[in-house]
Design a protein around this ligand. Structure first.
Ligand code: PEP
Ligand code: MG
Length: 757
């Protein structure tokens, strides 16, 4: 059974579109279960009905025409309860609804299973039989397992159609919403520009070209290079491998012939597509048809095609650096956006970001927030390679992507953009005002930085200090460990730009999702592995060079603070302090006039929460890294979109941990700050202020928003709110209670999380 299952899933996966996927399903399932009918009904939301989309056994003419209203018939019942129904005689069931013109009157037994994707029912898979008998347990289990495996493929195929403006049953559709999670708030409308890492056929977008002849010529020259490679390999392997194996290269050369693969690709280019996209398209078509074949030898040939086309792609990409043309309103789209992809877009053109992988707490999302670019992360169902050049809307508040926008939707979002611009202009007036509540409680708003551009932006927003300089950012952009001198230059720039304001430099925090290309760390569980202080204590030479550079950079400015990440016990702090003191003594002995800086610990692990007092006794300040603290307390990977809905700093456990940290630090008389993304959420900032955090450190783009909200309420109201929410046991209720108090304080809807638009 497992083999049959695997083979069906493989074939469906290889299908070119929704209809062929469904046709394969009904045909193969009918064969596998030896039934007389197998049909698929899919929900078409545009017409609110389950449409018979494919059938092997029912009358062909009825396919695509027959439908059941939502809730109607046995199909409706299966969908409604999201559970299978297995009947000996369907016609006796009270919900039975006879489908005219299908010929189903001949069939009695009925087994329908729901097709569920991400908790929603896409449709129903049905098998029917003439005989009056219940399908047995193993048949039911087979169909359920198959349906679970196919739901993703069906969802993907539906989504691809929706991008082209077609609903599952072929009706015109618009405003298709693809859910993701919010990476950075704000709304943007623009043209999708799909970017991709090199040498991966599956990620090449379908772009148009203006220079068809030039593209063909270029393609042919790359093709010739691959032919030459094949000839060379053929010659090189003479005498080394069996002649039959050597003949494979002849086969390859023939496949590349003008009359074969090469010709098809040229034809596609003539239709106006660029060479890389044409190659990917033709390659995928061939791979698909080979994979669909039953003969194992032939289906293996799919691998040859992939290999061959990857070689051509290598030359296509190697010969020219593809200059991506960025539209004036670029919405950058990629499977996984990297900081360097971001950096390549001219800043004035970049309006929004969509990353299929990652979540709101991924580092690229943090970067986007710093730059104030609306971003949707984890849009896992988005067929992004089809999106290039199309108009898309990003709702960075809700974390949604909308394709094929109707005039109405576009107008509504344009209004929000105008509102946003007005709000931003208004906020700028707060730049030089203190962050003080209406009853004169003063809160300090600092910023998180990583690059020099962040520093400039932060000063523009009236930041009072740097609460977190992520020193790993320049390390991530380098090609090898920056030397002590190079680090000195980077740190000096940050310290000078902010002096006399304090700059908190965190020692290198690599590992987890931040691995250096020149220092790879391969682990099964990177977030629980060799990360942050664990790496640097094992490599005291890296740590010491960094401390030397920081200390030297602070000479004459004296505005440096050093902070230690990923601390799980006091011995790590003691060892780090020893190394810092040693580095300091060395510089003093060299005659460098350096001041010993305050040193602090980050509270990022649950273990550290319980040890706040012991840790606080060893250092000068405490700073909470709420991004990791939330991740580790809730056991939710901060990068995983599948569990992003479970990640919330408003979880009661997170809030009580945060409160415990303040109490512990205060009991030891040490200042306490927070530098996770939570501090940049206006609602959360109220709670943090009420808890007693002295400094809230956030991305620059959030600073004025938080200031405006804190200035509009009183400490008294904030403390009352905190007292109330600490009694609640549900994160959603807490979020709503906070939003309600923002609403009551007259806070603009765009600064609240529960906007109604
Ligand atoms: C945190 O974990 O909250 C933090 C500030 O550090 P990073 O996001 O860089 O891991
Ligand atoms: Mg962290």
């Amino acid at each position: 059974m497992l083999d049959r299952l695997r083979s069906i899933v493989q074939k469906v996966n290889a299908a070119r579109d929704l209809q062929s996927a469904l046709d394969i399903i009904v045909h193969k399932v009918r064969q596998a279960l030896d039934t007389q009918v197998c049909s698929v009904f899919l929900l078409d939301k545009d017409i609110n009905a389950h449409v018979l989309m494919a059938s092997d056994g029912l009358k062909k003419e009825s396919v695509g025409h027959v439908s059941l209203e939502v809730g109607e018939g046995l199909v409706g019942l299966v969908a409604k309860h999201a559970e299978p129904i297995n009947l000996q005689d369907a016609s006796l069931h009270p919900s039975f609804h006879y489908l005219k013109d299908t010929g189903e009157e001949n069939y009695h037994s009925f087994l329908g299973v729901p097709i569920i994707h991400h908790r929603s029912v896409l449709g129903v898979l049905v098998v029917q039989h003439e005989e009056r008998r219940r399908f047995d347990e193993s048949e039911e289990a087979f169909l359920i397992t198959l349906s679970a495996q196919l739901s993703g493929v069906i969802a993907h195929a539906e989504a691809t159609g929706a991008i082209e403006g077609v609903s599952p049953s072929g009706h015109k559709t618009s405003d298709t919403v693809f859910p993701g999670v919010s990476g950075s708030s704000g709304v943007a409308i623009g043209e999708a520009v799909v970017v991709f890492p090199h040498a991966d056929l599956s990620q090449i977008p379908q772009r148009r070209t203006r220079d068809i002849e030039g593209e063909i010529e270029f393609f042919n020259s790359c093709l010739e290079l691959v032919r030459q490679d094949m000839r060379n390999l053929h010659a090189k392997l003479a005498g080394q491998v069996a002649e039959e194996e050597r003949q494979l290269f002849d086969v390859y050369i023939r496949m590349l012939d003008d009359a074969a693969l090469g010709n098809e690709i040229v034809e596609r280019i003539r239709m106006g597509f660029w060479a890389q996209g044409s190659l990917a398209y033709v390659a995928n078509e061939h791979v698909r048809s080979f994979e669909e074949m039953d003969d194992p030898y032939l289906s293996e040939r799919a691998i040859d095609i992939k290999d061959l086309c990857a070689r051509i792609l290598f030359y296509l990409q190697d010969k020219v650096v593809v200059e991506t043309e960025y539209a004036d309103c670029t919405i950058l789209v990629s499977e996984e956006i990297t900081p360097s992809m971001l950096a390549e877009v001219p800043e004035s053109k970049l309006k929004g970001l969509i990353s299929v992988k990652g979540s709101g707490n991924s580092h690229v999302a943090i970067l986007a927030r710093t730059m104030g670019i609306p971003t949707v992360m984890g849009a896992v169902d988005l067929p992004y390679t089809q999106l290039h050049g199309k108009e898309v809307i990003i709702d960075g508040y809700k974390g949604e992507v909308i394709t094929n926008p109707s005039d109405q939707i576009r107008a509504r979002f344009l209004e929000t953009i105008q509102e946003q611009d007005q709000l931003d202009k208004g906020l700028l007036g707060l730049k030089d005002l203190p962050c003080e509540t209406a009853d004169h409680h003063r809160v300090h708003l600092w910023v998180n930085t990583g690059l020099m551009t962040d520093v400039m932006r932060s000063l523009d927003q009236g930041a009072e200090g740097i609460g977190l300089f992520r020193t790993e950012v320049p390390f991530l952009l380098a090609e090898q460990f920056p030397s002590e001198e190079e680090q000195y230059q980077i740190y000096r720039e940050q310290l000078e730009a902010f002096a006399p304001k304090l700059v908190t430099m965190r020692t290198l925090d690599i590992g987890g999702d931040k691995s250096l290309p020149y220092f790879p760390i391969e682990e099964a569980n990177p977030f629980l592995g060799w990360r942050g202080i664990r790496v640097t204590l094992d490599h005291p030479e890296i740590f010491t060079a960094q401390i030397h550079a920081m200390l030297r950079a602070s000479v004459g400015l004296d505005n440096l603070q050093i902070m230690l990440p990923m601390i799980s016990n006091i011995n790590e702090v003691k060892s780090a302090l020893q190394l810092i003191k040693k580095a300091y003594r060395e510089l003093i002995q060299e005659g460098v006039k350096v001041k010993y800086p305050p040193v602090g610990v980050m509270i990022e692990l649950p273990a550290a929460v319980y040890q706040t007092r012991a840790l606080a006794r060893l250092v000068d300040f405490i700073s909470v890294g709420s991004n990791d603290l939330t991740q580790y307390l809730l056991a939710v990977d901060r990068n995983n979109p599948r569990v992003a809905n479970l990640y919330s700093a408003f979880h009661p456990a997170v809030l009580s941990a945060l409160q415990q940290v303040v109490e512990g630090a205060q009991a030891e008389g040490k200042p306490v700050s927070i530098c996770g993304e939570m501090a940049g959420d206006p609602g959360a900032a109220i709670l943090l202020m009420a808890m007693g955090y002295d400094v809230l450190s956030m991305n620059a783009a959030s600073l004025l928003k938080v200031k405006s909200v804190l200035r509009s309420i009183t400490l008294e109201v904030a403390e009352e709110l905190l007292e109330n929410v600490m009694q609640l046991d549900d994160m959603q209720l807490i979020r709503s209670a906070v939003d309600l108090s923002l609403y009551n304080a007259g806070v603009d809807r765009l600064l609240r999380s529960s906007r109604t638009n």
